[in-house]
Ligand binder design. Structure first.
Ligand SMILES: Nc1ncnc2c1ncn2[C@@H]1O[C@H](COP(=O)(O)OP(=O)(O)OP(=O)(O)O)[C@@H](O)[C@H]1O
Length: 361
C-alpha cells in the first residue's frame, strides 16, 4: 500500500478516528465541511503532534505513537499545494521554484527543473513575481514547486477552491498529468464531486471524523448508495478512448465498443478519457427510442433501483460501456416496471456532458 493512515484524536465535541490504506495514485479525501479532512492532512504533514496512531507513506513510517516514532514536518519530504498558492511574494517564480529545489538536495529527483517548467507550462513567467500572475498561473507554479521539492507525497488541500470555473478547468489537466506521469502518491482534499470524478484513483469519504467509505473511485461513483452530497451530484464515470473527431464539431468516443458522441474534445485520437455522466442527465426508455434529438442511446440491464426519501430514485444500469446511473422519479420507475434485470435504454444528450466532466483516462 502506498499510504497507510491509522490515527485518532479527541477534541471537545469531535472524535477523529480515521483508518485507511490506499494504493498508488491520487487519493481524494472527500467529505463535507467539518468531516475531518484537514485534520488528516495536518496529521500526515506532521503539524499535530498530539495525534495518536501510525502513518506510513511509500514504506516510510512518518509517525507511530506506539513505537514513539515521530518524523518532524520538515523531514517528511512532502510537497504542498494549498488553496492559495502561498508563494514567496518577494521572490520571482524562478526563485520560488529553486528555493524548494535547494531545500530538497540529497533526495532523488522526480523530474528536472526544465521538465517541471515544461510540464506546467510556466516557462514564460519565470521572471515574474507572484503578484503579477493570474490565479491559475500561481497554482501551476505551486504545483511545480511541490514537485521540485522531490517529495515522497504531494498534499493538495482544496487546490482549486479559490479559482473560478475557467481557471479550475485550466488546472485540472495538470493534476491529471501529475497523477499519470509520476509514480508519486497524491493526497488531495476536495468537496467537489466533479474533481473526484476527474482525478481520483481512490476515494476516502469522511463523515464526522470517521471513514464512511473507501474504495476505487470508479466503484464508488457507480454505486447508487454512495450519495454523500445528495442525488443531484450522483454520476458514474465511463472509461473510453477517442475514436475520431467529426467535421460537425462532435467527437466520437469508443467506450468498450459502444460509440458515444460528445462535443469536440481536445484529446487526440486514441487517447484514453474518463467521462462523468451525471445521473440527472440520463433518461431511461424501455423501447429503442426513435425520433429523439439525443445522440447517445445505450442498451443495458437494470442492476438496482434505489429510492430515497423523496420522489426520486437512482437506477443503476449495467451496459457494455460500463455502469450508468440514472436519476428518475419513483413514479417513472414504477410506470416503466424498472426492477433488477429489466432491459432498457439510457439516453444521454451529447451536450449535457460538460467539458469539465471529461478528463484524461
Ligand atoms: N485544534 C482543534 N481543537 C478543537 N477542535 C478542532 C481542532 N482542529 C479541528 N477541530 C475540529 O475537528 C473537526 C474537523 O475539522 P477539520 O478542519 O479537520 O474538517 P474539514 O473536513 O477539513 O473541514 P473543512 O472542509 O471546512 O476545511 C471540526 O469540528 C473542528 O472544529
Amino acid at each position: 500500500m502506498s499510504i497507510s493512515v491509522h490515527i485518532q484524536q479527541q477534541y471537545s465535541g469531535f472524535d477523529l478516528d480515521v483508518a485507511f490504506d490506499v494504493p498508488k495514485g491520487l487519493t481524494v479525501l472527500f467529505g463535507r465541511s467539518g468531516s475531518g479532512k484537514t485534520s488528516v492532512i495536518n496529521a500526515v504533514a506532521g503539524l499535530n503532534r498530539a495525534c495518536q496512531g501510525r502513518i506510513e507513506v511509500d514504506g516510510q513510517v512518518l509517525s507511530d505513537t506506539a513505537a514513539e516514532l515521530w518524523v518532524p514536518a520538515h523531514k517528511r519530504a512532502l510537497g504542498y499545494v494549498f488553496q492559495e498558492g502561498r508563494l514567496f511574494p518577494h521572490m520571482t517564480v524562478r526563485q520560488n521554484l529553486l528555493y524548494g529545489h535547494r531545500m530538497a538536495r540529497g533526495r532523488p529527483e522526480i523530474a528536472s527543473f526544465d521538465q517541471v517548467v515544461d510540464l506546467l507550462g510556466i516557462g514564460t513567467v519565470l521572471a515574474r513575481r507572484p503578484a503579477d500572475l493570474s490565479g491559475g498561473e500561481k497554482q501551476r507554479v505551486a504545483i511545480a514547486r511541490a514537485l521540485l521539492a522531490r517529495p515522497r507525497l504531494i498534499l493538495a488541500d482544496e487546490p482549486l477552491a479559490a479559482l473560478d470555473a475557467p481557471r479550475k478547468s485550466e488546472i485540472l489537466p495538470y493534476f491529471e498529468r501529475l497523477r499519470d506521469e509520476f509514480s508519486l502518491p497524491i493526497l488531495y482534499v476536495t468537496h467537489s464531486m466533479a474533481e473526484v470524478a476527474r482525478l481520483a484513483t481512490t476515494v476516502v469519504a469522511l463523515k464526522n471524523g470517521k471513514v464512511e467509505r473507501v474504495g476505487a473511485a470508479a466503484d464508488l461513483l457507480s454505486d447508487p448508495s454512495f450519495t454523500p452530497l445528495g442525488p443531484r451530484e450522483v454520476g458514474a464515470v465511463l472509461d473510453a478512448k477517442v475514436a475520431c473527431h467529426h467535421a460537425d464539431g462532435l467527437t466520437e468516443l469508443n467506450a468498450n465498443g459502444v460509440a458515444l458522441l460528445l462535443p469536440k474534445l481536445a484529446q487526440d485520437v486514441g487517447k484514453p478519457v474518463r467521462v462523468r455522466v451525471a445521473a440527472q442527465d440520463v433518461i431511461l426508455s424501455r423501447e429503442v427510442p426513435t425520433g429523439l434529438s439525443a445522440l447517445n442511446i445505450v442498451a443495458g440491464q437494470v442492476c438496482s433501483v434505489r429510492s430515497g426519501g423523496g420522489p426520486g430514485a437512482i437506477v443503476a444500469l449495467e451496459t457494455a460501456a460500463g455502469r450508468i446511473l440514472a436519476r428518475v422519479t419513483r413514479r417513472s420507475a414504477t410506470a416503466l416496471g424498472l426492477v433488477e434485470g429489466t432491459c432498457c435504454y439510457a439516453v444521454i444528450k451529447s451536450v449535457s456532458v460538460a467539458p469539465q466532466d471529461i478528463g484524461a483516462g
